[in-house]
Design a protein around this ligand. Structure first.
Ligand SMILES: Nc1ncnc2c1ncn2[C@@H]1O[C@H](COP(=O)(O)OP(=O)(O)OP(=O)(O)O)[C@@H](O)[C@H]1O
Ligand SMILES: O=C(CO)[C@H](O)[C@H](O)COP(=O)(O)O
Length: 408
């Protein structure tokens, strides 16, 4: 954060937080402020008097914005818990705020849920016959203005969509963090919002797997019937196909989750084939590779160093094309028996942006109770978390004018 001086005849505007006001010999109130904004000169006129803010240089104050898109119940919260853990410290709802807030704040990150930009509440959607996935049920103008404000270092008053009551609650104050994650149904839908993202991820869960996860959560944990789960998935599908799924073409990284190919005609959905699709040419993001960058590799690591029970584990890696973009794809089919042995796999991966040998394995062991920890969903979410940390560090360094090397 940079410190600058403000000369004003009245109270400061909301972009500044104030400390130690003093009286200058000009007769103005001189205030030292922590200014969250970028360079330039701002003037605003209020109540007839002019407030002139002499701003500071950009420094390292600009927020890095990450977008995470997925349908509901597809692992966004789990991913966010893995991501915030990479930065250390626990993520919590805003202290003393609305108990039904969807926001999670840690030292470095603030994660907001884009459900908060629903413009129609539950009753409004019912009356108009639209789902929450329909853009008409969401306020993209406000989403854009507020994400832009945060990126520019300006605090916002963000609405809250209350999932308990189905109503839109009074807003909560969100201050610009170092890393601002916008997760939800539509982070890449609106071009203006999309252009603000420094990095974007799409969690692409196939219908079969989505169904299995929904049954596990909504039937086992929330007491819903099988029929009602099927009906809710079917009701959302046309809007999901029209408005949510197409966003994956814009993502810098896609985690695709499919049924295994190791068990013929598997319909249990327990063993997963997970593909990490990484766009080439994204600034500050070097795709992960297995053994040899750019080659096509198929690897079965089971044997002396990795314990595998049926149906085993198969990794693949290679270049591909995705919606006309050049990508690298890393795939893992199967699941780990012993998570501590993951170090063997980790040691064969490159460009994983770890700060020390074994960091991926350490993170996975730390959260072994999270869903997906024994398969490619947990592994790739963890790796993307580390890549985001690396991207953040490179971006900050580049803004401060000091180039840094990407981590190996
Ligand atoms: N990698 C995974 N492997 C197995 N099950 C998973 C995985 N990720 C998520 N799930 C299942 O999906 C459920 C929802 O996960 P999570 O809460 O992370 O999703 P979400 O997208 O944040 O959901 P919502 O938007 O509804 O809050 C979990 O309770 C779990 O049952
Ligand atoms: O797709 C969703 C994203 O989480 C929800 O269904 C949407 O936000 C509406 O929420 P609710 O069902 O609680 O009214």
């Amino acid at each position: 954060m940079a410190v600058c001086t403000v000369y004003t005849t009245q109270s400061l505007n909301s972009t500044c937080s104030i400390s130690t006001p003093t009286k200058t010999n000009l007769g103005f109130h001189q205030k030292q402020v922590v200014f969250y904004s970028t360079s330039g000169k701002r003037s605003s006129k209020r109540g007839g008097s002019t407030t002139t803010v002499i701003t500071c240089s950009a420094g390292d104050s600009q927020t890095v914005v990450i977008g995470l898109a997925a349908d509901s119940g597809c692992g966004k919260s789990t991913f966010m818990r893995r991501l915030t853990s990479v930065f250390g410290g626990a993520a919590e709802p805003p202290r003393g705020g609305n108990p039904d807030s969807n926001t999670l704040i840690s030292d470095t990150t603030t994660v907001i849920c884009l459900d908060d930009y629903h413009s129609l509440d539950r009753t409004g959607r019912k009356e108009k016959g639209v789902t929450a996935l329909d853009p008409r049920a969401n306020n993209f103008d406000l989403m854009y203005e507020q994400v832009k404000a945060i990126k520019d270092g300006i605090a916002i008053q963000k609405p809250i969509y209350n999932h308990v009551s189905g109503l839109i609650d009074p807003p909560e104050l969100i201050k610009p963090p170092k890393i601002f994650v916008i997760e939800g149904l539509h982070p890449m839908y609106d071009e203006r919002v999309r252009d603000l993202l420094d990095f974007s991820i799409y969690l692409d869960i196939s219908n079969e797997v989505k169904f299995a996860w929904k049954i596990q959560r909504d039937m086992a944990e929330r007491g819903h019937s099988l029929e009602s789960i099927k009906a809710s998935i079917e009701a959302r599908k046309p809007d999901f196909d029209a408005y949510i799924d197409p966003q994956k073409q814009y993502a810098d990284a896609v985690i695709e989750v499919l049924p295994t190919e190791l068990i013929p005609d598997d319909n249990e959905g327990k063993v997963l084939r997970v593909r990490l699709i990484m766009k080439e040419g994204v600034k500050f993001f070097n795709p992960v590779y297995l053994f040899d960058e750019g080659s096509t590799i198929s690897w079965i690591p089971c044997g002396r160093k990795l314990t595998c029970s049926y149906p085993g584990i198969k990794f693949s890696y290679g270049p591909d094309s995705y919606f006309g973009h050049e990508v690298s794809v890393l795939e893992m089919d199967g699941q780990f028996d012993r998570l501590d042995e993951l170090i063997y796999v980790e040691s064969h991966l490159s460009n994983i942006s770890t700060k020390f040998y074994g960091e991926v394995t350490q993170q996975m062991l730390k959260h072994s109770d999270f869903p997906g920890s024994n398969n490619g969903t947990g592994l790739f979410q963890t790796i993307i978390g580390l890549k985001i940390r690396d991207l953040f560090e490179q971006l900050v360094a580049s803004r401060a004018g000091a180039p840094v090397e990407a981590k190996a």
